[in-house]
Design a protein around this ligand. Sequence first.
Ligand code: URP
Ligand code: ZN
Ligand code: ZN
Length: 468
Amino acid sequence: MSHERTVIRGGLVITAADEVHADVLVEGERVVALAATGSPAAQAWEAERVIDATDCYVIPGGVDAHTHMELPFGGTAASDTFETGTRAAAVGGTTTIVDFAVQSVGHSLREGLDAWHAKAQGRCAIDYGFHMIMSDVTEHVLKEMDVLVEEGVTSFKLFMAYPGVFYSDDGRILRAMQRSAANGGLIMMHAENGIAIDVLVEQALAAGHTDPRYHGEVRRELLEAEATHRAIQLARVAGAPLYVVHVSCEQAVNELAQARDLGLNVFGETCPQYLFLSTDNLAEPDFEGAKYVCSTPLRPKEHQAVLWRALRTNDLSVVSTDHCPFCFVGQKELGRGDFSKIPNGLPGVENRMDLLHQAVLDGHISRRRWIELACATPARMFGLYPRKGTIAPGSDADIVIFDPHERYVMSAATHHMNVDYSAYEGRQMTGRARTVLSRGTPVVDAGRYVGHAGHGTFLPRSTSQYLI
Ligand code: URP
Ligand code: ZN
Ligand code: ZN
C-alpha cells in the first residue's frame, strides 16, 4: 500500500459535528490528522501532494445509500452501469454507494448477490456495498439472511408494491422482519399498497387515462401512508428496526413521526426528486412527464415544505438518490399510450450533493445538517461509520474539496450519467465538487474525472449503528 502523503490546506472542514478551519493530513488511504490552519503542527507537515482548499469546504465524500445501477425493470435495465454510474457519482462528490442486489423469484439470495458482485467487481470508480432485495421469502432464504449479514450485506429491501415482481405479502414481510430482529439486519421498505394501486391502474387505463401524470394519480398518497403504517406495525410485532425508503408525502411522514415519538427504531429516507420536483413535472406535455416517473411518485409541491421540515426535525434522517436512470428515447418511451409500462426511476447520483448544498443556500438546512443527511447518517445507518461519512483520524480519505461559489447549469449535455436527459435540466446551481479523493487517490481534479474503473472496492458492512 502507498504511504504517499497529501495535505489539504486552508479549507473549512465541515462534518456532521463541526465546522473548523483546519488542514487535513492524509497518509496512503487514510486521514491521519487534522490541525488548525496556520498552527505550528499543521505548518510542520510535509507531503508529496498539497491541495489548496482556500475559500472551499472540505467535506466527507457523499454516501449514497440507494442506487440501482443496471437494475432490470419493466423489460429493460437501468442505463447506468457500475462503471458509468460510479464515475458520475464521483464527479458529483459521492465516494460511496450502496446498491441493491436483486433476488429473482425462484432463486436464492446467493445467486442474486453473486450476480451483482460480478457486475460491479473491477468496474467501480468509488467504493460500493450492497443491500439485498428479497423477492421470494422462503425458509431457505430466511436462513440465507444470516449468512449475508455475516458477509457484510446487512440490509434487506422488501416491497409492498409491484405484485408479481418484487412484492411480498404481510406474512413474508413479518417473517423477514423477525429474522432481522434476530440477526441484526435492517429491513428497508418500499411502502406502497401495490395490490390496491394495481386496481387503480387498471381502472385508469380502462378510462383512457394513459398519460404519465396518471402514474402519480393512481399511486395515491393514502396508499403510501397506509403501507408505511402497516410496515411500522409489522416491525413492532417483530421487534425489528425499520428503514422506509423514498418517502414522498406528508401523510407518510406523519406515520414515521408518530412511530418515532413512541421511541421506535423507525427511520425515513427521502430523495432530491421529492424535494425539488413535483407533479407539475409529471404533467409536462408531449410525454415529457415520463422523465419523472418513479415510485413512490412525485407529489404536489405542498409536500416539499413538509419533507424539508422532517429533514430538520430528524423524522427523515437520510437523503439518498434512488438513482435508477432510463433514457427517454427507447426506454421511457416503452410507456407511450400506457403509463404503467414506463420504467420507474430517475437519474440523480451526480446531483445529490449539489442539490443539498443548494438547500443550504436556500435556508432549508444548515451546512452540518447537509453533511449529516448525505454522509454521516447513511454511513452510520448502514454500518460504514467512521470509515465513511466523516473526516477524522483513521477514516478513509474520501474527501471532497467543494467550491461553494462555483456557478453552473445542470444539463444532460454536460453530466456524466449515462442517460439522455437531466431531471434538473437548466437549473442554475451554486457550488460543486472541485477535487475528490477516494481513499487518498484523486478521482476528480478541477472538476474532471481522473479516476479509473476498478479503483472502487466492495465494502463489507457492519450492522446498523443507529439502533437503540
Ligand atoms: O422508481 C423507482 N424508485 N425505481 C427503482 C426501484 C425502487 O422501487 O426503488
Ligand atoms: Zn422502491
Ligand atoms: Zn430504489
